[in-house]
Design a binder for this molecule. Structure first.
Ligand code: DON
Length: 532
């Protein structure tokens, strides 16, 4: 079963499974295909994280997050023009995606590498534009792409947004993918592709150099594991904040029988908001690249720490984020990452989230490569007390340093059964884009299933709520909460704001009690799950 954001990409993955490839083979092929057909988020020029479960039950975590170029320091954006961390050359971090896919294939792959890259090359020669792609061209995206002729030439052919049914051709990207097919990751990090990326950086005052590209490493790390409601959750460790934050939420919320409360009633939403306020406060302040900063992960992830945090939660009134930690009030909601969940016929599984950061990343294509470059530098703390694109007010720990990975919210996760002997059986593979909302979205899907007994499709479709410490407010998807619940939450002292648009784009696969697989693509944006 392959659940991705795009029918063409899901088809590429399903074909690989049908040919005898396993979940990792399918993930590699899907990763390259998404870079072509989902160019606003799928990528060669971005980064991500991937969890792999082998049929024997061993889970590994691969960190291929971007890094700051060697020439970048903590003061990089202090005197830079507005939006320099989001748009154009300075926003670009060292991309990790190609190295990550090569590393995953090198360790686990069964089908030949070239076989897995080839479908993306075909798609890059031309694919039929669908509605989802057209919807990604928000006005600020079009304005951003127009600033770079190398980007506009590809994504605004003849100067306009492609229409549904048009063929989008990316010949330079096809060439770049051809070099990757023939030379592996070296086809990207060395030679012609690297030369062109570095030339592009020189042209526009960017910092990436040859040594940054050639020196980039993807890292295998022990996955983060914790118990929740009789199950074991396995998620992404630092440098993503995803797993640690999810564990903090789960431990705080384990202090109540969530399943006994009316679903999305006042008490349920109040407890979620109070738990998330605290988990995000710690996340924003303490978490960062563990290879650069000492992070007290064991303390933060201890069940006792969650219980201690829970004791400060009052049931009859809202807390105030200002009393937990100081901060700032601003956010903008968008969703431009992409998640893939795959389970193969032998119980192998992949949970894989990848990003350019915001839609089309820095909006900059390195001339002659077809490769859109990320704007992940904005995920660092660029200025003290100033919220990033997702409204997150982050701390000193996440300041820029050469070679350091910027903190991420990406949370590829698996839920395993609670049995104590033998390998724990796989129950659920899940993840989503959504910037700062990623962790609360993943938590809600898992909690809807484990606490409230809601079936997976409904658990994914259900309206979501969110709190991230600062800004100090509960966000609700359009029409998400009953009027009386909003009224009662306000009476408790919460600010409650209904967003104009829904968020997240969950891709999930569950293993049902009878062993069959159920794939669910979030109805919010039109992803597709295909079973083989
Ligand atoms: O790594 C992060 O936390 C962000 N760059 C993720 C961005 C994202 O999910 C955008 N989609 N909404």
């Amino acid at each position: 079963m392959v659940a991705t954001t795009d029918r063409l990409a899901s088809t590429v993955g399903a074909d690989v499974l049908r040919e005898g490839g396993h979940a990792v083979d399918a993930a590699v092929a899907v990763g390259f295909a998404l870079a072509v057909v989902n160019p606003e988020a799928g990528n060669l020029g971005g980064s991500g994280y991937l969890l792999v479960r082998t049929p024997e039950g061993e889970v590994s975590a691969l960190d291929f997050r971007g890094t700051a170029p060697a020439a970048a320091g903590p003061g990089l954006f202090l005197d830079a023009p507005d939006h320099a961390s989001e748009l154009g050359h300075l926003a670009v971090a060292v991309p990790g995606s190609v190295r990550g896919l090569a590393e995953a294939h090198g360790r686990f792959g069964r089908l030949p590498w070239a076989r897995l890259v080839e479908p993306a090359i075909d798609l890059a020669r031309g694919f039929t534009v669908g509605e989802r792609l057209v919807r990604s061209y928000a006005p600020h995206v079009v304005a951003g792409l127009r600033r770079f002729s190398s980007s506009a030439a590809i994504f605004l052919p003849e100067g306009r947004v492609p229409a549904v049914g048009d063929t989008l051709r990316q010949p330079d990207l096809a060439e770049t993918l051809g070099r990757i097919r023939d030379r592996g990751a070296d086809g990207f990090y060395r030679g012609e592709t690297a030369d062109r990326i570095v030339e592009e950086m020189r042209r526009g005052g960017g910092l990436l150099g040859h040594a940054d590209l050639a020196g980039y490493r993807a890292l295998w790390r022990p996955p983060l594991r914790f118990a929740y409601r009789g199950h074991e959750l396995v998620s992404m460790p630092l440098s993503s904040s995803g797993g640690v934050t999810l564990a903090m939420m789960a431990h705080i919320l384990s202090c109540w029988e969530l399943g006994a409360l009316p679903w999305q009633g006042t008490e349920h939403v109040h407890l979620l908001a109070e738990a998330w306020r605290r988990a995000y406060a710690d996340r924003n302040e303490a978490l960062a690249d563990p290879d650069h900063v000492v992070v007290p992960v064991d303390t933060l992830c201890a069940p006792g720490y969650g219980a201690w945090r829970a004791r400060a939660i009052a049931l009859d009134r809202a807390g105030r984020s200002a009393d937990v930690l100081p901060g700032h009030d601003a956010y903008r909601a968008e969703r431009h990452t992409t998640h893939v969940s795959i389970v193969d016929g032998r119980g192998g599984a992949v949970s894989f989230t990848t990003t350019l950061n915001t839609w089309y990343g820095s909006k900059l294509v390195a001339e002659g490569t077809g490769v859109l470059l990320n704007n992940e530098m904005d995920d660092f703390t660029t200025r003290s007390g100033v919220p990033n694109h997702f409204g997150l007010v982050q701390g000193e720990a996440n300041r820029i340093a050469p070679g350091k990975r910027m903190l991420s919210a990406m949370t590829p996760t698996m839920v395993l059964g609670g049995g104590s002997s033998g390998p724990r059986e796989l129950r659920l593979v899940v993840g989503t884009p959504g910037g700062s909302t990623i962790m609360t979205t993943v938590f809600q899907v898992i909690s809807n299933v484990l606490d409230h007994g809601i079936d997976l499709a409904a658990a994914v479709a259900a309206p979501r709520v969110h709190h991230q410490h600062l800004p100090d407010r509960i966000r609700v998807e359009p029409g998400g909460l009953a009027t009386e619940v909003v009224r009662d939450l306000r009476a408790l002292g919460h600010e409650v704001v209904e967003d104009a648009e829904p968020w997240g784009d969950v891709q999930a696969v569950c293993v049902r009690a009878d062993g069959t697989l159920e794939g669910v693509a979030d109805p919010r944006r039109g992803g597709v799950a295909i079973g083989v």
